[in-house]
Design a protein around this ligand. Structure first.
Ligand code: SAH
Length: 216
């Protein structure tokens, strides 16, 4: 497909997100800057700008654009913010974050996914993203605390270790619920030693899995 066609589809996607209730022009323009077709395998290129999740390697998925937009809007990122993402996957969400935040740290348990995402960040010149292979459930203690944390795999409950790596006044957004069942996006707001949890949209994500992947 010619790049002009991707651009047209990108504009249609942005209009669709706006009509579904995404209001933040900052979030919409960050999404507009990321060529989603470069984050999916060639076999799925034609569907890259449809508002659906798609399979990626290692049995994982690239999230639906509406859910990326929705979670990013809930994060309310400032341009000085240091953001942590758990679940790099294709790298698409991290690329969107990189246009809004000062620095993005992203953790993936599959080496293959982390490596391919890293290549995409380099090709696109997204130099404010740092990736790591590891268990995101432990967060990134050496870089903590964070202004914002986003988890893009479903946790059974809000992981304590992650919310403790939020700065005072920080926000974390994540899907919470059983693997394969109904999960909800939860927004956690840290106020001193208190964590205020708000339940939002029903969603379906791949599960957050403990430990580094044994398989590559
Ligand atoms: N944000 C991704 C969506 C990836 S799907 C994107 O934009 O494409 C969720 C990802 O979380 C998968 O790649 C999965 O391997 C990863 N994951 C699950 N549990 C994890 C953990 N404990 N630590 C790090 N990554 C994890």
């Amino acid at each position: 497909m010619a790049s002009g066609e991707f651009q047209l589809k990108q504009i249609e996607l942005i209009m669709g997100l706006r009509s579904r209730g995404i209001r933040s022009t900052k979030v919409l323009s960050a999404i507009e800057k990321v060529p989603r077709h470069l984050f999916v395998s060639p076999a799925f290129e034609a569907q890259a700008y449809a508002d659906t999740s798609l399979p990626i390697e290692c049995g994982q998925t690239i999230s639906q654009p509406f859910v990326v937009a929705y979670m990013t809007e809930l994060l309310n990122i400032g341009d000085r913010d240091k953001v942590l993402e758990i679940g790099t996957g294709s790298g698409y969400q991290a690329a969107v974050l990189s246009h809004l935040a000062r620095r993005v740290y992203t953790i993936e348990r599959y080496r293959t996914l982390a490596r391919e995402a890293g290549e995409r960040f380099a090709d696109l010149g997204l130099s404010n993203i740092t990736g790591m292979v590891g268990d995101g459930m432990r967060g990134w203690p050496e870089q903590a605390p964070f202004d914002r944390i986003i988890v893009t795999a479903a946790a059974e409950e809000v992981p304590d270790e992650l919310q403790n790596q939020l700065k005072d006044g920080g926000i974390m957004v994540l899907p919470v619920g059983p693997a394969g069942g109904v999960q909800h996006i939860v927004r956690v707001m840290r106020e001193g030693d208190n964590f205020v949890h708000e339940q939002k949209l029903a969603v379906r994500f791949v599960p957050l899995v403990k430990g580094r992947a044994q398989q590559l």
